[in-house]
Design a binder for this molecule. Structure first.
Ligand code: ADP
Ligand code: MG
Length: 453
């Protein structure tokens, strides 16, 4: 545009098919006025023929004259031997043009008409006012614009090439990543299959072990009750040990069955309304023998504002039993274990406040090291995983706890005990199950019980 204003002529850039890419018309109106004349439109402007692909273009400027005597310069735009398009400069007034060519008057109607004469006169005046651009200067101008254009094309093309290389490199990296992803996905699939195999193996074996074990337990009970005659004191002790060990084995098998049920997604929550103090009493009763064996004092307390809650009672009981049995197991003789329940407003990640109960199982035992506090909730994880460990167990109790609590929309974690002694397991359960928990429940019950065992 600056070029065009400076030299008072139009500039156009066309691509190789004659498509106009840039068109800056000349400021003077001579051509426009002639085309607007009733017979002028039919004359056809030189510009139209320059645009057409038939017009030869060259690396040196070529001229084309219009019927009105004004002139155009034409130059090829090339890049690496290929013709990309053409550049047009004009119409401008060449040095020898002082009057309108006679041919124009003839074409417009032989100037017989008074109005035609007036028209030609005023166009002639326009022409005289127009500044002359000598042809050699016009050629320098178009060559200069051509030079600028080819620099633009060149740098543009270089950039284009660089970005193509860039894109190709990224595409390569992407392909490689996709391939890696695919292999990873394959591995994950295989691992999942293996995991399923493991779960169904555990479920089958546990199920098969449980049946004979119930007979062992049943017959020991009958022996102890004297159904097969009186036992000597020694026989009685032996059978009692068989019964205790059998019970223990059954608990382990049930834990494994619980975990395989959880993993197969077959666990359902059965909601009912129940009273927390009642539940605490039951759990304490069930755990009392274990506590007494180690002379551990087992207590419980529920704040007076703790309401009845809607949850799966059996699973909540299981949660407390698992936590209390851990607390007893990991607390040395003479310690204390207590269950404390309070009412609590729990604010979730989205800022929604939910009425909940908070159950704390507090012990004075060995505590859980800081770096194991997340891991202990994983299946089979034990802080002391050595074969020489003192405390028995499968490492499944807490993973069951976590699953049951979270299925209710609750949370569980472990904290330091008071004065750095022992540990506190904290469970928060919503007083009423949140909507998404209920929805999930009805979906899983619609699937039906596909569980093994
Ligand atoms: N009250 C506790 N005090 C100290 N450590 C605990 C306590 N409860 C759990 N742990 C640690 O967490 C591990 C996992 O517990 P759990 O899943 O119940 O498995 P298990 O009782 O069969 O070992 C335990 O082996 C123990 O290392
Ligand atoms: Mg345990």
């Amino acid at each position: 545009m600056t070029f065009s204003r400076f030299h008072r002529a139009g500039i156009a850039v066309l691509d190789s098919r004659g498509q106009v890419l840039v068109d800056i018309p000349a400021e003077h109106a001579i051509c426009r006025r002639i085309s607007a004349h009733p017979r002028g439109g039919a004359l056809g402007c030189a510009f139209d023929s320059l645009v057409s692909a038939e017009h030869q273009i060259d690396d040196v400027p070529q001229q084309a004259n219009c019927l009105c005597g004004l002139r155009y310069e034409l130059l090829a735009i090339r890049h690496q031997g290929e013709t990309l398009g053409r550049l047009v400069f004009g119409p401008y007034r060449p040095e020898n043009l002082t009057t309108l060519p006679r041919g124009l008057a003839r074409a417009l109607g032989e100037a017989g008409d008074v109005s035609d004469n007036a028209f030609l006169g005023s166009v002639q005046t326009d022409l005289e006012r127009l500044e002359v651009v000598p042809t050699d200067q016009a050629q320098q101008i178009i060559t200069a614009i051509g030079g600028v254009l080819s620099v633009i094309v060149h740098t543009g093309y270089a950039r284009h090439l660089t970005s193509q290389i860039h894109i190709a490199a990224i595409q390569d990296a992407y392909n490689e990543l996709s391939e890696k992803n695919r292999r990873l996905a394959d591995s994950v699939e295989k691992l999942k299959d293996l995991d399923k195999l493991k779960s169904s193996f555990l479920a089958t074996i546990s199920h098969e072990l449980r049946t004979p074990l119930t007979s062992v337990i049943g017959y020991s009970e009958m022996l102890l009750e004297g159904l097969a005659g009186d036992l000597s004191k020694e026989q009685n002790d032996y059978v009692r040990t068989i019964l205790e060990k059998g019970d223990h084995l059954l608990r382990i098998i049930n834990e494994i069955l619980d975990v395989s049920r959880i993993e197969s997604g077959a666990v359902q929550l059965n909601f009912e309304t129940f009273d927390i103090p009642d539940l605490l009493r039951q759990v304490a009763d069930a755990m009392m023998p274990q506590a007494q064996q180690k002379e551990i004092s087992l207590t419980y307390d529920a704040a007076s504002n703790v309401p009845v809650i809607v949850a799966d009672r059996a699973k909540t009981r299981q949660v407390l039993i698992n936590l209390v049995s851990n607390a007893i197991k990991f607390t040395p003789t003479g310690g204390t274990v207590s269950m404390l329940v309070t009412r609590k407003e729990v604010v979730d990640g989205g800022g929604v406040s939910r009425p909940s109960v908070e159950m704390r199982v507090v012990d004075t035992g060995i505590g859980v090291p800081q770096d194991s506090r997340d891991k202990i909730f994983e299946a089979f994880f034990q802080v002391d995983g050595s074969s020489t460990r003192v405390h028995g167990g499968t490492g499944l109790g807490l993973s069951i706890v976590k699953h049951f609590v979270e299925a209710h929309g609750g949370h569980v974690w472990v904290e330091d005990g008071e004065e750095q002694q022992g540990s506190v397991f904290v469970v928060q359960l919503p007083i009423n199950p949140p909507a998404d928990v209920r929805a999930k429940r009805s979906r899983s019950s619609a699937l039906g019980g596909t569980l093994v065992g």
